[in-house]
Design a protein around this ligand. Structure first.
Ligand code: PHE
Length: 357
């Protein structure tokens, strides 16, 4: 066989082997190694080319063309294989990194303000807007602030009605108790004013926990009250009624009729319980308002002169109104909550429903 034919056969062989290897290559890395092995400076093709020098000059262009054709074929085959492989590798990576977006997301649950606190915030905000100043008093009180200064002297039957939790014996000089209402804040706020050398007008709103030894469907041993009072010259029952009407309309977000029904509290004179037109039947009469169309919501009255006297405010110059309301009760009425205990059981389903507003 002529040398040139031998070389051609060798090149053909090399090409066939190379193409087969390219087709089998399973990664870009292997393909790159093959590229170097065949087309590289020290590659197979180069070593075949070395044989060209030994050929007679007239055969050289023929074989040269053949080598070039082989080179092009191999290069093209490599490029094609590379495209195929890189595509395959990309697909594999996409497959591996695939995330299932059909899976429902995990939500983080956010806390909500407790419905009682929400109600309390709404109520105090309404009074703040009317110009009442916020005040606070201690939950552990003494008999003076919780009773005596509020015109409830020892042996007064009203004391028994309060079902008080005492820390030590009732009547001890330093007897301490859990306040049974927020009215002692009236005393503390007026005392603070007088002690600072000030004098009325005083317009105060106070909110907080109160305690009574009482437990059933509508009573909890701890509940919340909001206390509101105003002392000034010429404060009248009409002011009380105006403030109540404004507050109740704002809180219930509708025109609720109100009525003042004569009542008795030792610390107010005259005293009145305040009713609103039943919010469940729109004042028509239903099971909840026992057919009357009215629902009692709070206690109120004109501050008793003895209360002003107890803190050193001249009752011949000043007068005042006061009222106190049960927060849970108003929240129940506004939102149609049937059972007081829901507020204290803290079942998250109830809390969430109340928080989603
Ligand atoms: N302190 C009274 C109670 O708890 C409510 C009240 C407050 C009544 C102020 C009149 C004036 O029942």
């Amino acid at each position: 066989m002529k040398e040139v034919d031998e070389l051609k056969a060798q090149l053909q062989d090399l090409q066939n082997k190379a193409l087969a290897l390219f087709a089998e290559a399973e990664s870009l890395k292997v393909l790159q190694e093959l590229r170097v092995a065949y087309l590289g400076k020290k590659g197979e093709l180069t070593s075949v080319l070395k044989g060209v020098g030994k050929l007679p000059p007239e055969d050289r262009p023929v074989i040269g063309q053949f080598v070039n054709a082989t080179k092009t074929t191999l290069a093209e085959a490599l490029d094609k294989a590379e495209v195929l492989l890189s595509d395959k590798e990309k697909q594999a990576r996409i497959q591996a990194e695939r995330i299932d977006i059909t899976l429902a997301g995990r939500t983080t649950s956010r806390g909500v303000v407790h419905p009682v606190q929400q109600g309390l915030n709404e109520m105090t905000a309404i009074f703040s807007q009317m110009g009442f100043e916020m005040a606070e008093g201690p939950e552990i009180e003494d008999e003076f602030h919780n009773f005596d200064a509020l015109n409830i002297p020892a042996e007064h039957p009203a004391r028994a009605m309060h079902d008080t939790f005492f820390f030590n014996a009732e009547g001890d000089a330093d007897a301490k108790l859990l306040r049974t209402h927020t009215s002692p804040v009236q005393i503390r706020a007026m005392q603070a004013c007088v002690d600072a050398g000030g004098e009325p007008p005083l317009a105060v709103v106070a909110a907080g926990r109160v305690y009574r030894c009482d437990y059933d469907v509508t009573h909890s041993p701890m509940f919340h009250q909001v206390e509101v009072f105003k002392v000034d010259k010429d404060v009248s029952l009409a002011h009380l009624k105006g403030v109540l009407q404004h507050f109740l309309t704002a809180y219930f977000e509708k025109d609720v009729p109100i009525r003042l029904r004569p009542h008795y509290f030792p610390f107010t004179e005259p005293s009145a319980e305040v009713d609103i037109g039943c919010v469940f039947c729109n004042h028509k009469g239903c099971r909840i308002c026992k057919g009357s169309g009215w629902i009692e919501v709070l206690g109120s009255g004109m501050i008793h002169p003895n209360v002003l006297k107890a803190v050193g405010i001249d009752s011949s110059v000043y007068s005042g109104f006061a009222f106190g309301l049960g927060v849970e009760r108003l929240v129940m009425l506004k939102h149609g909550i049937p059972d007081l205990r829901l507020f204290f059981e803290n079942d998250v389903r109830f809390l969430r429903r109340m928080g989603a507003k």
